[in-house]
Design a protein around this ligand. Structure first.
Ligand code: NOJ
Length: 753
């Protein structure tokens, strides 16, 4: 390997560079006046209890604030309440230290955007940044100054419900979008802006690799894989200046991340240059006891010594570290360092300048769920839908005749937003039925039938729908009604899939097909012979083998937020042309998981994907590839890719190579296309992925318009971490691939010097 960059020197330049002399002086002055207990108080982050985001452990906040036993809190809803708690902190305590107020603002606050996995399918950092900016503007108007977002965990196992919360399977795209989130939430002058809030990048690290897709499970992987496949989004978020990082629930190399010194100090601080605040996940210091690693007091020592600054919920730092200090197990210097980080965060948020900066009830009255924000959410949602199938140009639908909207998600007001939207008010959201009716006006009729429950089994359904239950009906009667409505209609739109809470935290599944009752409904509707469109709601990639073989049109709308009804109607009737592309491979079977396009080459590649090949790396009963590949998504128009050209056959050391491809809109609609570039390293120190995304461009072409898309490939794109974890590349042969998705690419070869 040549062109090696030492990891440490490469990362020494990164970092947040928050520090400034004035802040240091201010905080030192403050800390000189603080007792040990008051410092430990700053490290304590309890949950308020208006929202439930973990096993319930609420604390009486006002009393703890008066006693200066907390540095902040989360899960309290409403600016008036938050303002009062802030008042207690700055007017009824001696030190007058303001509190940080956190919340899981994941995809919007009152105006809700599509779930993050859907957002990533826009492949549009501007859209992601804008959504985060609006979420920050609304949350900040309602008392919140800190969001536990973005989640940047790479996820490749659709069984894991939290795949919905991230940007999909690819580290390159994940890194681009991680930066966009940080920019959107934090803006460029956090201290002086009352409309931006601090981010908390999570979950550090590798939580997306939860074994078997079961939540809170261990994640075990080689350093090579960590560095090459999982690390880039965390690094990018840190480089973009993320103010905080949350450690993850899982173990890393056997040690819970919460207390993993290599992870939190050697890697995050020393190598990545992170200078912000490091907070645990919910009670994860307490959970080290259940991991069988250490009871609370010892766990607190290990978490602090590993580099943790703030303890979410467990209370271990507040209640046990004084004794551990006396016993010599922790140092005062380390406690001071953690306390300083909490105070720095407050300083950077401008809370010492004005503790009520985020507590302006007049802003909350005017700036939440505004027409402007909702219009943006509607526009953005349309960019996230992925058209998976459209035989004979069945979509867009015409606004004419009688349209049957059938399925339990067609008129489910409380189920449009998807997971993590506990701050929103679903009663203010439109349903799909309302959206479609508004779009057709009096040009067509839309009739609705629920058609089925989510699951046949009532108990299974209760678990699946969680806090957003749907009215259940008699299975047989629902189906009969639906068939009646279908018989009297010209076209069927089937709104089926997962309910909101079937993905997200604590929502793992082993069967990733559309739930049974809805699958049968779909089969019965298909058997009528009427034209049918599947409008798919889901928070994860599903096994759509039957649907893909039998339903002519499939539009995946994920969970699109508060404006779902109108946004879906916009695309269904062609006011907007779909342009989203998948950021996770859709499998053919749950048995393929984990599944992702950038798999590492084996010594026995699958030579014949159409038949089983003994002694090759394949299955007896299933192909290796997914049903819908990473990067895939159709449009109402068609795009033709001309021949790719390279500016040279060789990329000189430290030089660049231009890759050009002409793209033409050959169909009947003006539309956006996402052009993708992949590379493959032919020979390297370690086995390398069959392809890796290294560039993409979202372009807009009018009907008949052509454009030459140019990518500038630099040697940076060729680099990887070798078996010694050195970062660089091996001179030699590379392939470069360009196409509309990760499967349908054209390939050229070049040499890198
Ligand atoms: C646990 C989740 O893992 C984390 O993502 C979330 O931010 C916290 N709970 C706080 O609600």
């Amino acid at each position: 390997m040549s062109a090696i960059t030492c990891m440490c020197s490469a990362s020494a330049q990164i970092g947040n560079h928050f520090g400034n002399a004035e802040m240091d002086r201010f905080i030192s002055g403050l800390m000189n006046r603080m007792t040990l207990q008051e410092k430990l108080g700053q490290l304590n982050l309890p949950s308020g209890g208006d929202l439930v985001t973990g096993p319930v452990q609420c604390s009486p906040l006002a009393e703890s604030i008066r006693l200066q036993k907390i540095g902040g809190f989360f899960n309290v809803l409403g600016v008036e309440k938050i303002r009062e708690l802030q008042r207690v902190a700055v007017e009824e305590t001696e030190l007058k230290i303001p509190l940080v107020v956190g919340m899981d603002v994941i995809h919007g606050y009152k105006t809700v955007f599509p779930i993050p996995l859907a957002m990533s399918c826009s492949w549009d950092p501007e859209v992601v940044e804008r959504a985060a900016e609006i979420a920050a503007a609304e949350a900040s108007a309602d008392g919140i100054c800190w969001t536990f977002s973005p989640m940047v965990d790479i996820a490749r196992d659709a069984r894991w419900g939290r795949i919905a919360e991230g940007n999909g399977e690819d580290p390159y795209l994940g890194a681009v979008l991680a930066e966009a989130y940080v920019r959107g939430y934090q803006g460029d002058d956090l201290r002086n802006s009352e409309r931006h809030i601090m981010t908390c990048v999570k979950h550090f690290a590798f939580y997306g690799a939860s074994e078997s897709g079961r939540d809170y499970n261990i994640a075990d992987m080689s350093r090579i894989r960590m560095y090459n496949e999982y690390m880039a989004p965390y690094r990018a978020a840190v480089r973009a200046g993320a103010g905080a990082v949350m450690s993850s629930f899982n173990t890393v190399d056997g040690v819970p991340a919460t207390a993993n010194r290599w992870l939190l100090t050697d890697l995050l601080r020393d190598e990545m240059g992170f200078e912000g605040l490091l907070v645990t996940d919910y009670n994860s210091i307490g959970e080290m006891d259940t991991h069988g690693v250490a009871p609370l007091k010892e766990a607190s020592v290990r978490a602090l010594n590993a580099g943790t600054d703030m303890d979410m919920v467990s209370g271990g730092f507040l209640n046990t570290l004084e004794e551990s200090l006396r016993e010599g197990k922790v140092t005062e210097a380390r406690i001071d360092e953690a306390c300083r980080r909490v105070l720095e965060m407050k300083y950077r948020l401008g809370l010492f300048d004005d503790p009520y900066k985020y507590c302006r009830p007049e802003r909350a009255r005017k700036e939440l769920f505004t027409e402007e924000h909702r219009a943006e959410a509607r526009r953005i949602a349309t960019e996230t839908f992925v058209l998976l199938k459209n035989d004979d140009g069945m979509l867009p639908l015409k606004r004419q005749g009688r349209i049957a909207l059938i399925g339990p998600l067609g008129d489910a007001r409380n189920n449009m937003c998807g997971m993590w939207c506990s701050t929103c008010d679903p009663e203010r959201h439109g349903t799909l039925l309302e959206g479609l009716r508004a779009a057709v006006g009096n040009q067509a009729e839309v009739v609705y039938a629920k058609g089925s429950n989510i699951y046949y089994d009532e108990q299974l359904e209760r678990g699946a729908v969680g806090t957003r239950p749907l009215q259940r009906g008699d299975n047989r009667q629902l189906l009969e009604e639906a068939l009646q409505v279908a018989a009297e209609s010209d076209v069927i739109v089937a709104a089926v899939g997962e309910s909101s809470e079937m993905s997200g935290e604590s929502a793992s599944r082993t069967d990733i097909r559309i739930p049974d009752a809805q699958r049968d409904l779909l089969k019965a509707l298909q058997a009528t012979g009427k034209p049918i469109v599947l409008l798919l709601f889901t928070g994860r990639p599903l096994d759509l083998t039957w649907e893909s073989a039998n339903i002519p049109a499939i539009l995946n709308v994920w969970f699109a937020g508060s404006e779902t009804g109108d946004a879906v109607a916009d695309v269904l009737f062609g006011r907007v042309v779909p342009s989203g592309k998948l950021t996770t491979t859709f499998p053919r079977s749950v048995g393929q998981l984990p599944l992702y396009y950038s798999q590492v080459r084996t010594g026995r590649p699958d030579g014949n994907p159409d038949a089983f090949d003994r002694f090759q790396s394949n299955y007896i009963d299933c192909r290796n590839d997914g049903l819908y590949p990473f990067g895939y998504g159709l449009s109402y128009t068609t795009f033709e890719y001309g021949e790719m050209t390279l500016s040279a056959e060789t990329m000189p050391e430290g030089g660049t190579l231009e890759v050009r491809v002409p793209v033409t809109n050959t169909g009947a609609y003006d539309a956006a296309e996402i052009v993708q570039l992949y590379i493959h390293d032919r020979y390297a120190d370690i086995a390398r992925p069959v392809k890796e995304l290294k560039g993409f461009q979202r372009i807009f072409l009018k009907r008949g318009e052509s454009r030459e898309v140019t990518f500038t490939l630099t040697s940076e794109a060729l680099k990887y971490y070798n078996s010694q974890l050195e970062y660089g590349y091996d001179p030699g042969e590379f392939q470069v691939m360009v196409g509309p998705n990760s499967r349908d690419v054209q390939t050229k070869t070049f040499r890198a010097e």
